[in-house]
Design a protein around this ligand. Structure first.
Ligand SMILES: Cc1cc2nc3c(=O)[nH]c(=O)nc-3n(C[C@H](O)[C@H](O)[C@H](O)COP(=O)(O)O)c2cc1C
Length: 396
């Protein structure tokens, strides 16, 4: 695999030399990009000698005449590893700056990114660094935590670059994940639905589409071909996913039933309205002093219909439950013929609709249960997809 190794200006930059050799020993091609500051600690010649590849530093110095290295290298990489990552580089990456070669490459690539911070302990706990790291994780990056020990400034604390073996292990793990779903076609439903009451009002729910978008992004990053049937959600969907936009539950049902038979997996994340108006009113309902009763009829059950239309697809439902109890979810698995249900407890304020994090309980049709722990919706999605892969592998 092609690994792009970014080295920034930390006193531990010399350890990137060992890291590049270790990654090459695992059979990978390593290409290195240094920041200006990194050149105070290590040189391009060192990495060119170790890796037998050109080493990039200057955005405008092209190793191949007529080609733009910041585009080519970013596209050719299977993973980008930044080790050591300084406070400055971490803050730049979190904010999308592109004022040197490394930050420009990081902005071009769509491949997974692994960030290995190394800095003084005081800098590491600084609010801006921690906020940037959280932001990068929520966008899909993996952070290899620094370890505790004596740092160059003579202090003791958390800030030392993680051990090389730990970084290599993480690279292998991320590379495995990035290919785990190659060849799989995954259909995802996402967001809320809107059921018209009249021409200006509708019945809906608080779903933001963050979880559906995160599952789509994770599936793409793991190599799947992804199609999303999206309700009117506020969260953008990832580039690379094919999107079918719908508004009502009936439209989501029709689109899902039509598409599902040609997919390997269907993951139903959307919060579909259970009821709609029996006859939506043309024009605008006028206010009166009287009370009003709306006549509602049940919407079709999207996942149950998909189970009938696509009996060979692996189906995973999502259930927002106002409790951590799993009895309802287990009953739904049986009744609807699902492979698993990912239940999230919406009575918990950290995992309710619209929040950035989630804590999933994944209940399989064999009765086993796995828990993700509280983490970003993207990390939850990677966890979810891996759990399904492991369960399928153990069943076959
Ligand atoms: C001797 C020395 C050691 C440094 N070590 C670190 C370090 O380990 N981590 C860090 O975040 N910054 C460190 N810095 C500061 C960075 O080099 C500085 O913030 C620089 O602007 C980082 O640029 P870059 O992120 O583009 O590489 C060090 C500076 C000096 C002079």
């Amino acid at each position: 695999m092609n690994i792009l190794l970014g080295v920034s200006g930390s006193v531990s930059a010399y350890r990137a030399a060992d890291l590049s050799r270790e990654l090459m020993r695992q059979g990978h091609t390593v290409r290195v990009c240094l920041t200006d500051a990194a050149q105070n600690f290590v040189s391009a010649v060192l990495f060119e000698t170790l890796t037998s590849q050109p080493c990039l530093v200057d955005t405008f110095e092209e190793p191949t005449v007529g080609r733009m290295a910041h585009i080519d290298w970013a596209r050719q990489a299977d993973v980008i590893v930044i080790a050591p990552a300084t406070a400055n580089t971490i803050n730049k990456l979190a904010n999308g700056l592109a004022d040197d070669m490394l930050s420009t490459l990081a902005l071009v690539t769509t491949r997974p990114m692994i960030i290995c911070p190394a800095m003084n302990p005081q800098m590491y706990v600084h609010e801006t660094v921690q906020t940037s790291l959280r932001h990068l994780i929520s966008r899909g990056a993996t952070v290899v935590e620094p370890t505790e020990g004596d740092v160059a400034s003579g202090e003791t604390g958390v800030g030392k670059l993680a051990p090389i073996e730990r970084i290599v292990e993480c690279v292998e793990e991320v590379l495995f994940s990035s290919q785990a779903l190659i060849g799989k076609k995954i259909l995802i439903t996402s967001g809320p639905t809107q059921e018209p009451i009249d021409s200006v009002r509708y019945i809906s729910n608080h779903s933001s589409g963050k979880m559906g978008s995160a599952v789509a992004k994770a599936a793409l990053q793991m190599g799947a071909e992804v199609t999303v049937i999206a309700g009117p959600q506020s969260e953008p969907l990832p580039i690379g996913a094919k999107v079918h936009s719908v508004t009502t539950a009936q439209q989501m049902h029709d689109q899902a039933v039509k598409l599902a038979p040609s997919f390997d997996w269907v993951i139903a994340v959307a919060a579909v309205a259970d009821y709609r108006m029996s006859a939506p009113i043309e024009g605008k309902l006028r206010r009166t002093e009287d009370s009003m009763t709306l006549d509602l009829v049940a919407n079709p059950d999207v996942i149950a219909a998909v189970a009938k239309a696509a009996p060979n697809a692996l189906l995973v439902g999502f259930a927002a439950e106002p409790t951590s109890e799993t009895t309802m979810a287990q009953e739904k698995i049986k009744r609807k013929g699902l492979f698993a249900i990912a239940a999230n407890d919406i009575s918990n304020p950290s995992t309710t609709f619209g929040s950035a994090q989630n804590h999933l309980k994944l209940i399989f049709n064999d009765g086993s249960i796995a828990e993700s722990g509280l983490t970003s919706k993207f990390q939850c999605s990677i966890w979810l997809l891996k759990q399904i892969i492991y369960k399928c592998a153990n069943k076959s």
